[in-house]
Design a protein. Structure first.
Length: 674
């Protein structure tokens, strides 16, 4: 019996009311499921996300949301074998499915852990420092991010149904936005099951996640300026969706990840037989065959120095001839099937367009030797094209055959190689195989504007290189121009796509209360208790200790120099120090000032301060001559929970001289008991 995929609408699984569209196995063309969303009230779906899911997420802080995202990743891992079984029907090998399923869960884990480490236990992200505006410091500006109050609509491509869903889901949830996922129909069974696993994990608040299997009906008619559409797929669909009148009228955010004619370049310094030559050949073949080339980042255009064209062709075809295509369940198969016969027809049509201007030097467009049901399975031979005059070619720079297809081309100079890479008119990824560090800089200056990510591979990095085609959760994924102009991933940068940046102006006292951080100019109350006697929960932001003074003598400086071995002339050589335009005579070591400052503000007995774990933003502002007395203001600046029993306390430290001039400032970080 064919499974009927269900939509997840307003916290219930519901069938579409129509007959449903069959989803077929990539391996034998048999219908494996029916997908359909007829009958869904899309306005109500959006409303449910906006009025139930998003507010529930916004009521949690980033760390609580991170906990949910991590739990979703764990649920996927615990039930991964159910997903591997469904993934096999899409034509994927076990290795392809690993990228999708475990790579997807890994992306959630990274999103969660970055959220916990890099975002506060709050709901606001602070962007940059306080901007002083008023002369006396009573009026200032602060940039911040707050959560959008709409829904995130994620429209995904067929190729990585789990990873493609999770790499967007994690950041949106982290930002406090409920998500409606619309997977591509061709691989909807896998996406639907992954959603089922996440719902059954029981960690998501009501309304935080909904699913549409099939068409999205009139949902675009109901989008507002608070919603975000994040799309992955073809340029054709992206343009269609982006042209919907509501998108312009309501300025709905649209993040697009579209086609990309990614290039890989064997740099001029790489000779035949060099490690870089061999690495290049290996990478091009890997990119052609992993996921049967259905990767947005795959190498579509491979460029080599003209003198190496024949050698590169020979090495590539030799390696390609070892690739066994077929049903991944069969012994020895390296490359699985395309996702469907329809997709294969699309790849073949595009390959025919390339064949109009290129020579096919490996494989056959319409013929494939495959271990499996070659009649009904969507198997495709890898296709390597060659074009000797790339500036005369058109299709090769414009047509993306989304399968195991690549074109080998020569370039004449380094600048020519850069210009050819840029001829893709905006790409997700560029790889360059070179051992020459200076060349790397020239490539980046020449090609950076056209590429979202650039990877340089050589003999030193090869062992640990993640390769040309792997988007990583901590690095941005996306590209300008043809690639859609969108940006995803990139650590917590991704969260900000679902938040609004605002400039807030007011008195530092108000801004300080807003961002839950003491800011210069905000009140600094004092009290009878030393701040080190207070637990994290008891410390009021702004609470300040003003210490006694201590005079720094020449003996102190000499003692410190002898004790530490730091005999720098500014501290120890009166003549040289007097000649210095900065010091004008002997001065105290900066580290001596820090040490004395600690001696002034530390409260020694065991207590809530568990450890000092660093200093940040240290600046020595004014030299301190022997005879100067210094004192310290230690102010509770910010706190952030790290575990249920411990939290990070940030203190603003201001060291001043007898004339109340600042001589040093820094942030001191301590770990405190809650
Ligand atoms: P697609 O045909 O454009 O479909 C993408 C998504 O849009 C699917 O969920 C599809 O749903 C939906 N869709 C199609 N027409 C729609 C419409 N009129 N209204 C609303 N939704 C619509 O692309 P694909 O064939 O799945 O994916 C292959 C393409 O994606 C390639 O060109 C590849 O370059 C690109 N891609 C890019 C990236 C990237 O990160 N840049 C990643 C992967 C893929 P249905 O399946 O139900 O039609």
């Amino acid at each position: 019996m064919t499974t009927r995929l269900q939509n997840y609408f307003a916290d219930r699984w519901v069938d579409g009311t129509g007959a449903g569209q069959p989803v077929r196995s990539a391996l034998d063309g048999q219908a494996v499921a029916l997908a359909g969303s007829e009958g869904i009230d899309f306005a109500a779906m959006l409303d449910h996300a906006r009025s139930i899911g998003s507010p529930a997420l916004r009521a949690m802080n980033f760390h609580q949301r991170a906990g949910i995202i991590k739990a979703l990743g764990q649920a996927i891992i615990e039930r991964k074998e159910e997903l591997y079984a469904l993934s096999a029907q899409t034509g994927a090998t076990r290795a392809d499915s690993w990228i999708d399923i475990e790579g997807g869960a890994g992306t959630l884990f990274t999103t969660a852990s970055k959220g916990r480490r890099e975002l506060p236990d709050d709901v606001i992200i602070v962007d940059g420092d306080l901007e002083a505006i008023g002369k006396t410091g009573s009026f200032a500006g602060q940039h911040i991010y707050t959560s959008l109050q709409g829904a995130a609509l994620h429209i995904n491509a067929f190729n990585f149904p789990v990873w493609g869903m999770l790499e967007k889901l994690g950041p949106a949830l982290m930002a406090g936005m409920a998500v409606i996922v619309k997977p591509a129909t061709a691989t909807a069974p896998l996406a639907e099951h992954a959603v089922r696993i996440m719902i059954e994990a029981g960690v998501l608040p009501a309304g935080a996640l909904q699913l549409v299997v099939g068409a999205i009906g009139d949902i675009f008619d109901h989008l507002t300026c608070q919603d975000v559409v994040s799309f992955t797929g073809s340029a054709e669909t992206a343009i269609k969706l982006q042209s919907h009148p509501v998108m312009a009228r309501n300025a709905v955010r649209f993040v697009a990840e579209r086609d990309s004619l990614n290039a890989s370049i064997l740099a001029p310094d790489a000779a035949v037989g060099s490690p870089e030559f061999d690495l290049f050949v290996k990478e091009v073949v890997k990119e052609m065959t992993v996921k049967a080339g259905q990767k947005c980042t795959a190498i579509r255009r491979a460029f080599v120095p003209r003198a190496l064209l024949d050698a590169a062709q020979a090495a590539l075809t030799e390696r390609l001839s070892g690739v066994i295509v077929g049903d991944p369940a069969r012994e020895g198969v390296h490359m699985g099937a395309l996702v469907s016969l329809a997709q294969r027809e699309d790849v073949r049509a595009k390959a025919r367009a390339l064949a109009q201007e290129c020579d096919l030097v490996f494989g056959a467009i319409d013929d494939v030797e495959a271990l499996g049901d070659a009649q009904n399975g969507a198997f495709q031979s890898p296709l390597l094209f060659r074009h000797d005059r790339p500036w005369e070619a058109q299709a090769v720079h414009d047509v993306e055959a989304f399968g195991p297809v690549c074109t080998l081309m020569p370039y004449d100079t380094e600048q020519d190689a850069i210009a050819l890479a840029n001829r893709g008119l905006g790409s997700l990824a560029l790889s360059v195989f070179t051992h020459d560090a200076e060349m790397v800089r020239r490539f980046v200056l020449g090609a950076g504007a056209f590429h979202g990510r650039m990877v340089f591979v050589d003999r030193d990095s090869a062992r640990e290189s993640t390769g040309h085609g792997s988007p990583l959760p901590m690095l941005i994924h996306g590209g300008p121009g043809r690639a859609g102009g969108g940006e995803e991933l990139g650590g917590v940068r991704n969260v900000k796509h679902y938040m609004q940046r605002s400039a807030v102006q007011g008195h530092p006292r108000v801004l300080s209360a807003l961002i839950r951080q003491w800011l210069p100019g905000a009140p600094q109350p004092v009290g009878a208790d030393h701040p080190f006697r207070k637990r994290l929960g008891e410390l009021e932001l702004g609470y300040t200790l003003h210490t006694a003074s201590r005079t720094i003598t020449l003996e102190d400086i000499e003692h410190f120099a002898a004790y530490t071995g730091d005999n720098f002339y500014a501290h120890m050589d009166e003549v040289a120090a007097a000649a210095s335009p900065i010091f004008g005579g002997r001065v105290a070591h900066g580290y001596l000032i820090l040490s004395f400052a600690a001696g002034l503000f530390v409260d020694p007995a065991p207590g809530p301060v568990l450890a000092n774990f660093g200093l940040e933003h240290l600046r020595f502002i004014k030299p301190v001559k022997p005879g100067t007395s210094i004192k310290v203001a230690l102010t509770a600046k910010a706190k952030s929970l790290r575990t249920p029993t411990m939290g990070e306390m940030r203190w603003a430290v201001a060291v001043t001289n007898g004339d109340d001039e600042l001589v040093a400032t820094y942030d001191l970080l301590t770990m405190n008991a809650v």
